[in-house]
Design a protein around this ligand. Structure first.
Ligand SMILES: Cc1ncc(C[n+]2csc(CCOP(=O)(O)OP(=O)(O)O)c2C)c(N)n1
Ligand SMILES: [Mg+2]
Length: 602
């Protein structure tokens, strides 16, 4: 493309310009030694990277420029670095892809922090690259410098990554890169951070990249004796129950869970984040245990009503949102088999009877093998479940319309959505009252996938990460159910989806307020709602969508959603469906309100 803004005379510091502009011809001269940036790109490609997300800036320019000039890599320029991290996270969420996000020094780097924290909380493998002032100027007050002794960017990323380091010289780059990749992929995956002084990128190096197999191992270790003990306990139990967490959300692990549950005849609940990892329309499904979850899961797992004698948790961290504030009934008088990739989660909140540490898919495969072996050796299957403890609560409610004209109830439009969601859809939820309705009233079936960042609980992730997912998995329909405030917080990133024509369908539940806070505050304030979180001016979602380049559909009557979703999916571009809902209807937030009330008492 011809440069529409040619520069008559370079008017920036010649030395800086030289350090920033990489002559493309020099980079592709096979005989010349590699520059550090070329080595980085080779390593990234060897790691399977195809897309880099981020917002360019001077102190990371050589990297961005090299990515842009490389035919095998795509540079997606975001509107905000926090969203760039969300989008990179979405790119890697379903597995098979590795995420890379890059931001310049100073504010670019600090803007990343929320997005990277979500990736850390949810175990998403991601390389975070940040810029830095030239190494020989650090500490002297260079623009946007973030050295250790001042605004310590490496230190800021330490608690939210598995590795955070400044590359001290071009010669040490590959050491740090390989170490970062080992950390990102081993054990519980997660983000890693490399901070790189701008003057290092063009250094020539006498080395080439190594293949990933030569510097990192596969994640397939497990304790065979523990697996045998777990298998024996599972066969012996009369009323075992599985509690499946998001650690089992990978395709192989979820298939293994299904096989094992059917073989052992065990009912299965999931955590809110793992909603649908066990198909919710399966006769053995108990739905969701936790905030906004299902009463049947609560009755089976937290009370004595069903004589449960063993709970097998599979990749569930047993946090507040799942255990309803660490309810003691979950383990009282029961055997607890706990499987987690992170040994630090074992026995953290409840005493464990058998600990299985490692990757869920690997251990479940071995466990199934042991169970079959025990059965072949003549061991009896003791499970006494003959009928499944299920109520029609999991079936979506019908026929409950809103008394408000031109408004739907949050329940009824979800009932309609359940009937028309394609079988392989990825459904994202953002954070708010709409999330609670999603947990309670969506029915996620086999082949579908539900994604929610409830651990860290950041608004915006469910709005932006779906764009990354749709880029990585163009064959799957991707739908994001979000609130109007989530749209206001991170919604400008939908422009990026429009620029790249990424076919995400956003369903915005329009109540013109922070519905969760409005209704939650009523519960904890003796009926008095907080007023300031009701929009003072109507957020014109239709105009926003059109201005950002999305196709827009309005839904306020039964039956309209079916048509709107069909059109949006056929459109194969970004679309926004506004669903006007009755704002007076409270989301199912009783358990969350109890926690907030507890904070107040303490
Ligand atoms: C980054 C961030 N800031 C603040 C919050 C606290 N918070 C949770 S939900 C919410 C409001 C959500 O409103 P909206 O998107 O309209 O959803 P609704 O509750 O109306 O369904 C807020 C402020 C948060 N979770 N994340
Ligand atoms: Mg709202």
């Amino acid at each position: 493309m011809a440069d529409p803004f040619p520069i008559d005379q370079p008017h920036i510091n010649a030395e800086l310009l030289e350090s920033m502009v990489v002559p493309v011809a020099a980079r592709i001269d096979a005989a010349a030694p590699l520059s550090m940036v070329d080595l980085m790109l080779r390593y990234l490609k060897a790691e399977g990277v195809t897309v880099v997300f981020g917002v360019p800036g001077g102190l990371l320019h050589p990297f961005f420029d090299a990515v842009e000039c490389d035919d095998e890599l795509e540079l997606v320029v975001n509107k905000h670095e926090g969203s760039a991290a969300f989008m990179a996270d979405g790119f890697a969420r379903l597995g098979e892809h590795f995420a890379v996000v890059a931001a310049t020094s100073g504010p670019g780097a600090t803007n990343l922090i929320t997005g990277v924290s979500v990736a850390f909380a949810d175990g998403i493998p991601m390389l975070v690259i940040t810029g830095q002032a030239p190494s020989h100027m650090l500490g002297k007050g260079a623009a946007q410098e973030t050295p250790r002794e001042d605004i310590d960017i490496v230190g800021m990323f330490k608690p939210i990554t598995k590795y955070s380091a400044m590359v001290p010289s071009a010669e040490r780059f590959s050491h740090h890169f390989r170490r970062a990749m080992r950390a990102a992929h081993s054990g519980r995956p997660g983000p890693v951070h490399l901070n790189i002084p701008v003057n290092l990128w063009l250094h020539r190096l006498e080395e080439d990249c190594l293949s990933p197999e030569s510097y990192r191992a596969a994640n397939s270790l497990f304790d065979r004796e523990a697996v045998k003990r777990a298998s024996a306990a599972l066969l012996q139990a009369k009323r075992p129950v599985f509690l499946v967490g998001s650690g089992a959300s990978g395709q192989t692990a979820r298939a293994q869970v299904l096989l094992l549950a059917e073989h052992l005849k065990v009912p299965v609940a999931t955590t809110p984040r793992a909603k649908g990892v066990f198909p919710e329309d399966h006769p053995q499904s108990l739905g969701v245990l936790g905030f906004a979850g299902h009463d049947v899961a609560k009755a089976v797992l937290l009370s004595d009503d069903h004589n449960v004698d063993l709970v097998f948790t599979i990749g569930a961290s047993l946090n507040e949102t799942t255990t309803l504030n660490w309810h003691p009934g979950l383990v009282a008088g029961r055997t607890l088999i706990q499987m987690d990739i992170d040994p630090d989660r074992i026995g953290r909140n409840y005493p464990t009877s058998v600990a299985l540490v490692g990757d869920c898919a690997t251990i479940l495969w071995e466990l199934s093998h042991q169970v079959r072996r025990h059965v072949a050796d003549g061991k009896r299957l003791n499970s006494c479940w003959t009928e499944w403890p299920r109520t029609n609560e999991l079936a979506p409610p019908r026929g409950v319309g809103s008394p408000m004209r031109g408004r739907l109830t949050p329940e009824e439009w979800r009932t309609e959505l359940n009937l028309v969601l394609p079988p392989d859809t990825v459904v994202y939820s953002d954070i708010g009252g709409h999330m609670l309705f999603n947990i309670r009233h969506l029915m996620i079936t086999r082949g579908q996938r539900f994604v929610l960042n409830l651990g860290f609980g950041s608004m915006g992730h469910g709005t932006v990460a779906p764009i990354g997912t749709a880029m990585a998995h163009p064959e799957r329909p991707v739908i994001a159910i979000i609130g109007d405030a989530c749209l206001a917080m991170n919604g400008l990133e939908l422009i990026t989806a429009a620029e790249h024509n990424v076919p995400v369908v956003w369903i915005v539940e329009d109540n013109q307020m922070h519905g969760i806070t409005y209704h939650g505050s009523k519960l904890v304030n003796g009926g008095r709602p907080m007023q300031s979180i009701v929009n003072r001016r109507e957020l014109k979602i239709d105009l926003l969508a059109i201005a950002m380049g999305l196709s827009f559909h309005d839904v306020s009557e039964p039956g309209q959603l079916t048509i709107a979703l069909r059109e949006a999916l056929q459109n194969r571009g970004p679309s926004l469906i506004r669903v006007r809902v009755d704002p007076s209807i409270s989301p199912p937030l009783g358990d969350r309100a109890k926690t907030v009330a507890g904070f107040k008492r303490n």
